[in-house]
Design a protein around this ligand. Structure first.
Ligand code: GLC
Length: 568
């Protein structure tokens, strides 16, 4: 496998609005990010992905961009952004921005011009289509609820939006639009950006027939990703053309790191995406997230077992083997907190948080940590739907109510799955507003900041934060890093339910990770001879005497994790 500059790195996602506010307006800013570069460096982070910081009306928290060449005033200025690039470079750190080019904002000048002249040049930057028999062109439902079509004022046309109506979809079929996108991407890369996280990219190719689908709800609509999926299956050349061109014209000449948000890519397509000459450097592994997708919404999300969760992640690891690297996460800004979602209730404590961190960070691939994950931030407390800010949460609340659920039941779904769980302000200290702001925070803090915060954890050698530092240091240690980066992945202890175990091997080195996700002690027997314990979340020593050539046995406490080097 060809070596790339980013293979040995650890990445961290910043949600700028909630990271650190330095001017008292209750909104995080670039100065806040700059002031915490040393904190991130010390954690072991090399690459920072910033969720969108472009100019935006913030209908979807910056994923609705009104000017691709400007920084949102809320976050700061272009000079401050340049300073961030410079300060990051000084520390050998790399900055990725979010590339949101499936859609823009209705406040973007292209869209304004399109509305002014629905027959003109800019209308063709979007999908402006006539309806059918007084109805919109098709019956698709947008990701955030309602039809994907919105009437264009003073015309008999509609415009397409797969997300909110404030996020009109860009027409990638139009070469002029594509040229504008490439120009913009190159402009940022020329500035010194290391690459992009690429938003919602599978949506850029549409079925231009705009077919009617069998409704999947009482609203008579069918969720839009069904056309996207079947289209990409039927006609992969469609999106292939766009993605290849994008790469050739922008990313490739800059040797940029690109991390795509692409769901449900199967093994046969994976090499096109992340193989040696793939469209992207890597894509996020969303296998755990998609396993728990409800059929109709958050309210009917299926339960899952530890073994199912493990199997999803392990299958993704196996799928990428020999092809490329996945980007591994336990959470992001679109998901609830991973420790609240994936850890069994009995394991939702510091031991459990360190355990899931170990499993995730030592996988093969590029590890991403989401802000606050390193201190074990959890889902927040929500009493009322009005406390949420997220557009998707509001929609999902309505979906649940429309399906006949009570306020309390609908709220329960939102408590568990709201994206705002991950968007509450970063918890820096135990003082007022967790040290996030001296003003009024834009989103209610998680009240547990008095217990879970950076300041307290920095002082506590056993904290989740200090464990993350050790874990990252282990991943990067000269003696082991080749194995953690390039070593093979293999399932271990497959018959042991609720034990999450795998190994990483390269040449004459083998490392085994064993985590007890069970709520009780478990006897474990490993058929190899133990060389060394590399890390564990308990400060307990295993009796080495048992670890002779015949293998070794030991009893694991609930939520305990060990990383062993064994003889090969
Ligand atoms: C992606 C983003 C999400 C956003 C959506 C529309 O899924 O991660 O936050 O709402 O795209 O841009």
């Amino acid at each position: 496998m060809e070596r790339k500059w980013w293979h040995d790195k650890v990445a961290y996602q910043i949600y700028p609005k909630s990271f650190l506010d330095t001017n008292g307006d209750g909104i995080g800013d670039l100065r806040g990010v700059i002031s915490k570069l040393d904190y991130l460096k010390e954690l072991g982070v090399d690459i920072i992905w910033l969720s969108p910081i472009y100019k935006s009306p913030f209908v979807d928290q910056g994923y609705d961009i009104s000017d691709y060449y400007a920084i949102a005033e809320e976050f700061g200025t272009m000079e401050e952004f340049d300073e961030l690039l410079h300060e990051a470079k000084k520390r050998n750190m790399y900055i990725l921005m979010d590339l949101v080019v499936n859609h823009c904002s209705i406040e973007h000048e292209w869209f304004k011009k399109a509305l002014e002249d629905p027959e003109g040049e800019y209308a063709d930057f979007f999908y402006f289509r006539e309806g059918k028999d007084g109805n919109p062109p098709d019956n698709l439902r947008s990701y955030f609820g309602g039809s994907v079509w919105e009437p264009v004022p003073n015309s008999n046309k509609y415009y397409l939006h797969l997300f909110s109506k404030e996020q009109p979809d860009l027409n990638w079929e139009n070469p002029k639009l594509r040229e504008e996108v490439y120009k913009m991407v190159n402009w940022w890369l020329d500035k010194g950006l290391a690459g992009f996280r690429i938003d919602a990219i599978m949506n850029i190719k549409k079925d231009l027939e705009f077919p009617m689908l069998e409704p999947d709800g009482d609203d008579g609509l069918a969720i839009c990703f069904r056309t996207i999926e079947s289209l990409n299956e039927k006609n992969p050349e469609g999106i292939d053309l766009f993605l290849k061109e994008l790469k050739e014209r922008t990313f490739k000449p800059h040797d940029a790191l690109t991390v795509a948000e692409a769901f449900n890519i199967d093994k046969s397509a994976l090499s096109k995406f992340i193989g040696e000459d793939g469209y992207f450097s890597t894509i996020f592994d969303f296998s755990a997230e998609t396993m728990v997708n409800g059929e109709h919404g958050w309210y009917d999300t299926p339960d899952f077992t530890v073994d199912e969760w493990k199997n999803e992640l392990f299958s993704a690891q196996e799928m990428a083997e020999g092809i490329g690297f996945m980007a591994n996460i336990i959470e992001n800004h679109d998901e609830p907190r991973g420790v609240s979602r994936y850890l069994p209730t009995y394991a939702q404590n510091d031991m459990g948080k360190k355990m899931i961190a170990t499993v995730s960070l030592l996988f093969r691939g590029l590890p991403f940590i989401y802000q606050g994950q390193e201190i074990g931030m959890t889902n927040s407390e929500w009493n009322d739907i009005t406390e949420f800010n997220d557009i998707n949460t509001k929609d999902q609340y309505n979906v649940a109510r429309d399906a006949g659920l009570s306020d309390d039941e609908a709220m329960d779904a939102c408590r568990k799955f709201s994206r705002d769980n991950a968007r509450t302000p970063m918890q820096w200290t135990f003082k007022e507003n967790a040290g996030f702001t001296e003003g009024t925070p834009w989103l209610k803090l998680n009240p547990n900041y008095v217990d879970i915060n950076v300041e307290s954890q920095e002082k506590d050698p056993d904290s989740v934060l200090n464990y993350y530092k050790k874990l990252i240091a282990l991943r990067k240690a000269r003696k082991y890093s080749e194995t953690f980066i390039y070593g093979n992945f293999k399932r271990e202890l497959e018959d042991e339910s609720k034990i999450v175990a795998y190994s990483r091997s390269l040449n004459d080195q083998k490392i085994i990770i064993v985590a007890n996700f069970d709520g009780v002690q478990r006897e474990i027997s490993i058929d190899e001879s133990l060389k060394e314990i590399l890390i564990s979340n308990s400060n307990r020593n295993i009796d080495f005497d048992m670890a002779k050539d015949t293998g070794f046995q030991f009893v694991m406490e609930p939520s305990e994790v060990f990383v062993f080097e064994v003889e090969i």
